[in-house]
Design a protein around this ligand. Sequence first.
Ligand code: SAM
Length: 213
Amino acid sequence: MNDEEAVFERERHRMVEEQLRRRDIREPRLLKAMSTVPRHRFVPPEHRHLAYVDGPLPIGAGQTISQPYIVALMTQLLLLKGDEKVLEIGTGSGYQAAILAELAREVHTIERHAELAERAKATLQALGYLNVHVHVGDGSLGLAEFAPYQAIIVTAAAPKAPAALLEQLDEGGRLVIPVGGQWGQMLERWTRCGAKYEQEEFVPVAFVPLRGE
Ligand code: SAM
């Protein structure tokens, strides 16, 4: 490991201690994944020195990589055990997909900006994530081809939980999504129980909007 990588590793461990463990991130497998995935590799070179700060960062195309705590919180709400097929809407940098790949069997992630999807795919491949499949398209319709999913995560804000995503949840499956408008959203979890869904609300969040249907 060169000096720069050693500095990033120290910053990553500090991020886990100060931004995650001191808040409410408790799940040991998740804390391990957040300590393992090199977030700086998903951040554009001009912002790489800020990769482990407690906030979101620009990734191009007017989009952002989410704050580490929000990535961890949303992942924790998915209740992953290791054998799930997961769908992510909003690949962005690919960082959240890498965290999911550490914790689930298979990850499908969909991004509407082709250039972001290409960059994310290259980063994930370079890091050896063979269980992540990056798709280009409108994720507000989900990805029926590979449904059902035991977990779905939406990393952009929707006015309401899209019907197509609720339909693509497996029995007992969880959808985690920021719901609201441009001035703020609530993080919601929808759990499928037969033909019904249990809905829970967690914390206020601020995401870029989900475009599309
Ligand atoms: N999860 C990302 C990461 O780890 O870097 C951060 C995602 S960023 C906050 C939200 C992303 O959702 C953007 O890249 C945006 O282009 C994408 N997006 C917005 N609407 C979309 C849609 N309908 N289908 C697919 N992607 C969408």
